[in-house]
Write a new protein. Structure first.
Length: 976
RNA sequence: GGGCCGUUAGCUCAGUUGGCCAGAGCGCCUGCCUUACAAGCAGGAUGUCGCAGGUUCAAGUCCUGCACGGCCCACCA
């Protein structure tokens, strides 16, 4: 009566439009086109909904995306798609990272492999004033363009719902502006300084590295025991500069133990622990450094470990009690040197060969034999020097020793502690405009320092109010902002905390060409400029600057007479005085409005910034910072979406990246406004059952093998086919257009099977949401899989067939249940299987635009799955659950499985119907009777008799299940 | 040296606050092209839950120690 005849006679068979085998590429293409046309991934800050933002950890442009990226990006896509469906104003910002040292190294390696001019050659050109740098950077740029395009193509191919209109690159012009602005602000606050210090030097790439870019590796080395002859007199160096041991005299000596004998050329003292019994005797005496003949003092420092051959401690065990002190080539010795005001003698060139061109005084070559080692690399020098000591009877012993040595995380060569001028960010220094809140409990980290900001960002650590700087419009955002940084799993919060408690100043300069060049110009002034060059403080800035403070130009000067500005001169404070040794003039420009006349005679600092400096700004710079429009407009992307909601990254990057991002975000935004910079750990949350679609729909663009993705591929196909079938079946029983929802079987109660599948559906919604709320993607996937494949396809769809064929009210009733299950399944699985669910969604819309269980449960219609309302487990959803129905159907399933087992065991042909007799207890009688036909269908049998006292047929096989005795007759093949 | 994580079926892994016969996928065995699906369906085999103790009525699950594997941190001459 309900237009059924029409529907049956002209079935708008949607299934015919859907090919029987899931063609991932075709579906993907069709769906992607529609999404693109409709700008489905695009969001504007003015859109309705609670803001939700994820920034992609920008992949390095060193190469194409790999499996790890696919996984991480899939996780992010699941989160952002769900948020979008939840009605949030969700955006996912894509982009790439210039990855300074890595990319430069990769390109250089490629050039070398191709036999083309490489970095070395361009360096030569540059030295000759022939634009070598420019040419090399252009080559890297070309590489970057190629891989950036490839990476973005891969993201699209995977179905990542990034807002590609907001694609960013860490070194594009907008991000470069952010870098200059950040540098300016830090500099202005006295948080950036230049210092001559021992840095982690990579002799292969010839750049400094931050502490975090150094990897320790165990290596087999040796302890060399070197004898340093004692100076026989107790006089001073000045008193007897030419003192040498008399030939043939019995040498008195001290023995030092070292793993790096080659550094002895730069020794400037021998240290002994003041508690050492020998200390008193040696007080005030000197040793004559072999080879170079330098007279160096014996000093006392309690850093020195006293010798103890029986000690468990390797250091004490191997120690002699005497420590050679080489301030230029060992971090500890540097510290000792600082304490005792020792000379610093650098005997290495930047490539770690012995050199007299980098601070080794001429005097050392006037006597002794140091010159013979010049030009040797550090390992050749080691062998040669050990040989020298052996020949001169000064080598006491050599012991094998396994110890850890720092290696460059890029070139993998051992790090050389190397003295050089570098730029630093003072991470523990109080930020001038921020209220002094004391130190973070149990640490020496001031709360109002960068490290302090990171520590107080952690959930439960309390927050610190900012003191607004006059005229800085950002600070009004501070009101009511809370600090909420948490980690998933939360144990990584500990890593984060410990790292910041022990943090040291961040070396941000790199001697590379590929990167953000320091916005700093050096220039020496002529004497005529003297008055102009001297006196200024921050309050005077407008006078000495080119332009106004709005131009963001800082000028720091010294005179040509060589007087260096102290920190006090520049900043009105002497906090970092020891390290502030500016050479020449330092101009910092953060805008492009610096005048040519000003930079005409100046040279830009050749260094580039640590790649993490620009990465640290990513959550701001991708959202428009530092544009005035972004900062002042409350509805700008920056103010709506920063701080971002969740960050998905690898754990090893917590210190390199996450830390700096938190510091910068909180510092630059001017207040503790991090909301939830959650970090979901990728590895931890990974399992094979996790990403069913990784292969087919998400990673054809990736060069990976197929084996690991069978489950996902198979599931996609099952989803496709089941969807196709359900949609086709529905089309058979409902009119082509159903402007009004069909009644649910008019007056009939839902069957127990219907109630069961709807209950399972609701439970799945609940489980999936709980899993996603905890970032348990594996559970989310498993819940969806179990429901859709196991419950829905294996059991319900089979059980629905008779009713659907039968037509009439039963068919309509069943169609509603089928449609509801498919509808919610598609919504629920869309974040993980975006393409297939979207395509099926359209087909389902074609045959049945209004869905739900009429009068009981409505579903909000949507044209596109990507924007369909996300299924939440709420009170309404809860009305679908039924423990009773689930229990009953479980029993029926047990009975069916038992019958199937009997069939298989007895080799009954699958198509043959067997006759079954069931003897059941009273409590299942009703349910079994009511579902007799379904059990028969599922088990492929005919139930000839059932009851509490059903008779056992002769010649039947017996089994038990769910408290029933089941007899299966007709086991033997009648034809046999 | 300090810390963290892992050790469950041939392989990759789930096992929530300790509770009935320890699970999934892949692989393997048997039978099926049953009109959504062979990228599938039905059935099946496979585990001293790293080792040794302990707590408990009950331990893969909690405690202690050990072994192996992996990761992080540290200024070890």
């Amino acid at each position: 009566r309900h237009a059924m005849p029409d529907a049956m006679s002209s079935p708008p068979d949607a299934s015919t439009q859907l090919p029987p085998r899931y063609d991932a590429a075709a579906v993907q293409e069709a769906v992607a086109r529609v999404w693109e046309q409709e700008r489905a991934f695009h969001a504007e800050p003015t859109d309705p909904g609670e803001p939700f933002c994820i920034v992609i950890p920008p992949p390095n442009v060193t190469g194409a995306l790999h499996l790890g990226h696919a996984l991480n990006n899939t996780i992010q896509d699941i989160l952002v798609r769900r948020a979008r469906m939840q009605g949030k104003n969700a955006v996912w910002i894509p982009g790439t990272d210039h990855a300074g040292i890595s990319t430069q190294a990769v390109v250089d390696k490629r050039l070398q492999a191709e036999g083309k001019p490489s970095l070395k050659d361009y360096k030569k050109l540059e030295a000759e004033g022939k634009n070598g740098r420019e040419q090399f950077v252009a080559l890297v740029q070309a590489w970057k363009d190629e891989y950036e395009a490839r990476i973005l193509g891969q993201l699209r191919a995977m179905g990542c719902s990034c807002d590609f209109e907001r694609t960013a690159f860490t070194m594009d012009e907008k991000r470069a502006r952010g870098v200059r602005e950040a540098f300016f602000r830090l500099f202005k606050d006295g948080l950036i300084y230049r210092g001559k210090r021992l840095v982690n030097w990579d002799p292969a790439t010839q750049t400094a590295l931050s502490d975090d870019e150094v990897e320790n590796e165990e290596v087999d080395g040796h302890f060399y025991y070197l004898r340093y002859p004692l100076d026989s007199g107790s006089g001073s160096l000045a008193a007897d500069p030419d003192h040498r041991l008399a030939a043939g005299a019995t040498p008195e000596y001290v023995t030092v133990a070292t793993t790096r004998p080659e550094t002895m050329l730069g020794d400037t003292a021998v240290a002994i622990n003041p508690k050492d019994p020998r200390a008193a005797e040696l007080r005030g005496r000197f040793v004559r450094l072999p080879i170079v003949n330098r007279l160096i003092p014996i000093i006392e420092d309690d850093y020195v470990v006293m010798a103890d051959p029986d000690s468990e401690d390797a250091k004490a065990k191997y120690a002699t009690g005497f420590l050679k002190v080489t301030p230029a080539h060992d971090p500890n010795d540097w510290e000792i040197g600082q304490r005792h005001d020792l000379p610093v003698i650098n005997v290495f060139a930047p490539d770690a060969t012995i050199s007299d061109q980098h601070g080794w005084p001429r005097e050392d070559f006037e006597q002794g034999g140091a010159a013979q080692f010049l030009g040797l690399d550090r390992y050749e020098a080691r062998r040669a020097i050990v040989a020298w000591f052996r020949e001169n009877n000064l080598l006491e012993d050599v012991k094998p020793y396994r110890h850890s040595v720092g290696h460059s995380y890029r070139s993998h060569v051992p790090i050389e502690p190397y003295l050089s001028d570098q730029w630093y960010v003072a991470v523990k220094k109080p930020i001038p405009w921020m209220a002094n809140g004391g130190v973070v409990e149990g640490t020496d980290v001031p709360k109002n320092s960068l490290a302090g900001l990171a520590l107080t960002a952690l959930r439960g650590s309390g927050s610190l109010a900012a003191v607004p700087a006059p005229g800085d419009s950002e600070h009004r955002l501070a009101a009511g902002a809370t600090s909420e940084l948490s980690f998933v799993p939360d144990r990584y919060a500990k890593t984060f905390r410990q790292w910041h408690e022990n943090i040291r100043d961040w070396c941000i300069s790199r001697q590379l060409w590929w990167g953000h060049r320091f916005p700093v110009w050096h220039k020496r002034l002529e004497l005529a400029d003297k008055e102009q060059g001297f006196e200024f403080f921050w309050s005077d800035f407008d006078e000495v600057m080119e332009g106004t403070i709005a131009d963001a130009a800082i000028v720091v000067r010294e005179t040509s007479s060589g007087r260096q500005l102290s920190a006090e001169d520049v900043f009105g404070t002497n906090d970092e005085g020891a390290h502030l040794r500016f050479k020449g003039i330092v101009d910092v420009f953060t805008s492009d409005r610096r005048s040519d006349s000003y930079t005409a005679n100046a040279s830009q600092d050749p260094d580039v910034l640590d790649t993490w400096f620009s990465s640290a700004l990513w959550p701001m710079s991708t959202l428009g910072w530092p544009d005035e429009s972004a900062i002042s407009n409350l509805k700008s992307p920056l103010n709506v979406w920063n701080p971002t909601d969740v960050l998905c990254t690898a754990r090893e990057i917590i210190t390199l990246w996450v830390s700096r991002m938190v510091m910068f975000n909180r510092y630059m935004r001017g207040h503790p406004d991090e909301r939830r910079e959650g970090t979901s750990n990728v590895e931890r949350r990974t399992s094979n059952a996790e990403m069913p679609e990784t292969e087919e729909a998400r990673s054809p663009a990736l060069d990976v093998g197929r084996s690991k993705f069978d489950l996902g591929r198979n599931f996609c196909n099952t989803l496709w086919n089941a969807g196709r079938f359900v949609i086709g079946s529905i089309a058979q029983v409902v009119p082509a257009q159903n402007p009004e929802p069909l009644p649910y079987g008019r007056g009939s109660e839902p069957t127990i099977i219907d109630r069961w599948i709807l209950s399972r559906l609701a439970r799945t919604v609940q489980a999936a949401n709980e899993a996603l709320d905890e970032y348990r993607f594996d559970r989310y996937a498993t819940a969806c899989y179990d429901f859709f494949w196991r419950d829905f396809c294996d059991w319900y769809v089979e059980a629905s067939k008779p009713a659907m064929r039968q037509g009439g009210d039963a068919a309509i009733q069943t169609a509603h249940v089928l449609a509801t299950c498919l509808d919610i399944s598609l919504r629920l699985m869309h974040p993980m299987i975006p393409f297939a669910t979207e395509r099926l969604w359209w087909a389902l819309n074609d045959v049945m635009p209004a869905r739900g269980i009429p009068g009981r449960f409505e579903l909000a219609p949507a044209e596109r799955c990507i924007r369909a309302k996300w299924p939440q487990f709420d009170e309404k959803m809860d009305t679908l659950t039924s423990q009773g129905a689930e229990r009953v159907v479980e029993r029926l399933q047990e009975i069916v499985q038992a019958i199937r087992t009997v069939r298989t065991e007895n080799k009954v042909e699958p198509r043959r119907t067997v006759h079954v007799t069931i003897r059941y207890p009273a409590n299942v009688a009703h349910h079994l009777a009511a579902n007799k036909a379904t059990v028969e269908l599922w088990a492929g049998c005919e139930i000839v008799e059932m009851g509490e006292s059903a008779a056992e047929p002769a010649g039947s096989a017996k089994t038990t299940a769910a408290g029933c005795e089941i007899f299966v007759a007709d086991i033997a093949d009648p034809a046999a």
